[in-house]
Design a protein. Structure first.
Length: 274
């Protein structure tokens, strides 16, 4: 099985004559009153990966909190405490403008939210829009519900996904369609329907809350910039691990996801001598 190395990383250069949006637009659908930081981590990671614009659609109180935390993220404020099917039509114009839609971070597990996510995911599949699926979405989505998506479960979420999909670890790869699955762990495995590679970068302390949100944001950011789903998943896994390795050298005892966030630009530009 192939192991990812620096030779596999081929980031796209920023064009001198580029305009705002040329490096990609990300839409994040997530957040709840219990989980605000998740979407902030994901959004800022996407921006620091090199994309131009990140918009977060979230319940209104969550969106206002995001605005208070950072001026870098645009928010779409939705009435209510959580997502419901009523928000479906409100988000369709935003999905049309986005190069990739990230769904799941901080959503919560409200039944109406689950109905909303299934409905929006079905629409995005029909439109062949690229997606990244993470976190709470694995509690109820099936592998069959998405296509042209990167899925980023850890092992417990992966088991839930398999159960929902009525698949096994031996059979799921044949049902992948055009999806890419990034199975997070001490070693990350990136699957398509025909191949699998392993990523060995990382640090044992990357179990701290927020690191998965950073990874999902990196995936979305790289997709928005025109990389394939498989390339984006590989780059995100590789650099996420490198962030942990860099943090270990600077912070011997412990570190936070926000510490990793600060290092993204430096780590992704290592070859340029930054």
């Amino acid at each position: 099985m192939k192991t990812l190395t620096w030779k596999d990383i081929k980031l796209k250069e920023h064009k001198k004559d580029a305009h705002k949006g040329d490096k990609g637009r990300v839409l994040i659908i997530g957040g709840s009153e219990e989980y605000i930081g998740c979407v902030v981590f994901a959004g800022l990671a996407a921006l620091r990966s090199g994309c131009d614009v990140v918009t977060i659609a979230a319940p209104e109180k969550v969106a206002w909190a995001i605005n208070a935390l950072t001026p870098d993220l645009i928010t779409k404020k939705l009435v209510g405490k959580y997502f419901t099917p009523k928000h479906y039509k409100d988000l369709l114009p935003l999905t049309e403008k986005a190069d990739v839609i990230l769904i799941g971070n901080g959503l919560g597990k409200n039944r109406q939210t689950q109905q909303f996510v299934k409905k929006i995911a079905s629409f995005l599949v029909k439109k062949q829009k690229k997606m990244v699926i993470d976190a709470d979405a694995f509690s109820f989505l099936r592998l069959q519900d998405v296509d042209h998506a990167i899925l980023t479960p850890h092992h417990q979420e992966f088991n839930r996904l398999l159960k929902n999909s009525k698949l096994t670890q031996k059979s799921f790869q044949k049902k992948m369609k055009e999806n890419v699955l990034l199975l997070k762990g001490p070693r990350d495995f990136i699957y398509t329907k025909t191949k699998c590679v392993v990523n060995t970068t990382g640090d044992k302390r990357m179990t701290v809350a927020g690191t998965g949100d950073l990874l999902a944001g990196l995936c979305a950011g790289f997709v928005a910039q025109g990389n394939s789903l498989f390339e984006s998943a590989c780059y995100a896994a590789f650099f996420s691990g490198k962030l942990g390795e860099a943090a270990r050298k600077k912070r011997e005892v412990h570190y936070l996801a926000s510490d990793l966030l600060e290092d993204i630009i430096k780590v992704t530009n290592k070859r340029k001598g930054y």
